[in-house]
Ligand binder design. Structure first.
Ligand code: 4G4
Length: 219
């Protein structure tokens, strides 16, 4: 649900999302609360009671827009800085849902009385954006790639690396030497057990160096 449906196609119809849709594994659409207004100017925002800067999204067009697409088993999610922080675990849980309604707020936020419309509230991090559109596409991307069949088989383990609590191991492709920098010798050894061990160790090292907080959390 968005006031700016024009923001979506270039992101939502590219790359992995394009393939996933061609395979019939996911689909998406937009509903615009502006189409559910009854006044001459199609008004969707108004000033906050009690005063203060900016505008709020009005409750009624939001309610009607959601109701127009909601079905049995829909999960309605508001993207907002006040939500629980999004992570890989949430993505996996949402990837098992049949129908997600991602609600994008704009202006200074929503009329508080819309709260009962949402099953959950998700934030993509502790910063404020002008709208929930970018967060909703971020969530859609992270969720869609976990829908069974969307990733190619060999990519499947990549989705488990965060769940396993470690960052990905370093990877290399051709050329074998680039600007004098060589690829670790072990990767040409053909010894798959040794390579797996090296990667495990390199992943642990990378995690310790770049994201020590992940190690602390795992403990
Ligand atoms: C709902 C309430 C999400 C939506 C207030 C949305 C950051 C995030 C919005 C607002 C958002 C996030 C205008 C503050 C839209 N900003 N971190 N903006 N605001 O996930």
């Amino acid at each position: 649900m968005t006031l700016f449906p024009g923001m979506f196609p270039s992101v939502m119809d590219a790359s992995m999302m394009a393939r996933a849709q061609e395979k019939g594994l996911v689909s998406w659409g937009c509903v615009n609360p502006r189409d559910f207004t009854e006044d001459k100017h199609h008004k969707v925002d108004d000033r906050p009671f009690g005063g203060g800067p900016g505008m709020l999204m009005m409750a009624d067009p939001v309610d009607k827009a959601i109701k127009s697409i909601k079905k049995k088993g829909s999960k309605v999610v508001l993207l907002s800085p006040q939500g629980k922080t999004f992570n890989d675990k949430t993505a996996l849980r949402l990837s098992r849902e049949k129908h997600l309604i991602l609600v994008c707020g704009h202006y200074e936020g929503m009329d508080e009385r819309t709260a009962s419309l949402f099953d959950e509230e998700i934030s993509v991090g502790d910063y404020v954006l002008t709208g929930g559109e970018l967060p909703s596409m971020l969530v859609a991307d992270a969720v869609a790639r976990l829908v069974p069949g969307v990733l190619k088989k060999e990519d499947a383990t990549a989705s488990e690396s965060f769940a396993a609590g470690l960052l990905d191991f370093p990877q290399y492709t051709r050329p074998r030497v680039w600007k004098g920098r060589e690829v670790p010798e072990i990767l040409f050894s053909g010894d798959h057990a040794k390579i797996a061990e090296w990667r495990q160790n390199a992943a642990a090292k990378a995690t310790k160096r770049k994201r020590p907080d992940l190690i602390e959390r795992a403990k």
